[in-house]
Design a protein around this ligand. Sequence first.
Ligand code: DX5
Ligand code: ZN
Length: 215
Amino acid sequence: MALIAPSLLSANFLQLEQDCTMLNNSRADWFHLDIMDGRFVPNISFGLPIVEQIKKVAKKPLDVHLMIVEPERYAEAFQQAGADILTVHYEACIHLHRNIQQIKSLGMKAGVAINPHTPINLLENVIDQIDVVCVMSVNPGFGGQQFIPQTIDKIRALKKLIAACGSKALIEIDGGVTLDNASALIHTGADVLVAGNAVFKSTDPVATINQLKNS
Ligand code: DX5
Ligand code: ZN
């Protein structure tokens, strides 16, 4: 059964506490928090103060997805703010191995996200160090985009790489996940599904999370 990580990027920020409580009372496994700097991605979302507030009410792990340049400058601050899993982008890290070590030495699980254009095999030399590989199935920066179908082939390739290297990394799919593609993703090897619009634009988010969970 896959883990479900609703992305609060699509939540109603005027009633964030209510949305967090809804997630606490649902079958969601993680809170997915998208941090954007307007540099690595062409959009700005929210930052540390919001993560800190969410941490006060969240009863589930915070899966913090950094879409920022120089993520090493902020790893400690996000740990202090309450991140349990901290994901950095392959494309934003000059010293990815060092970044992964830094995240783990701060006591968090280390995630590495890859953009749609980045081949899986570039992770070969670090895959045994990674807890979560976040495969971007849209170009990062915005919620509500269309799923890129080639992602399915990347899941297959990643699954092979993980097995070949004896890694325990989870495969997380982020972007354009819906009730229509969830089961194909899980069948192909996804362990974690991030869902923003599919959950928060639903008329019944708890029921949608339940359906994703049962996919
Ligand atoms: C995109 C973010 C995603 C996004 C997913 O840059 O990383 O987590 O919020 O939103 P949906 O599920 O609406 O594509
Ligand atoms: Zn994300």
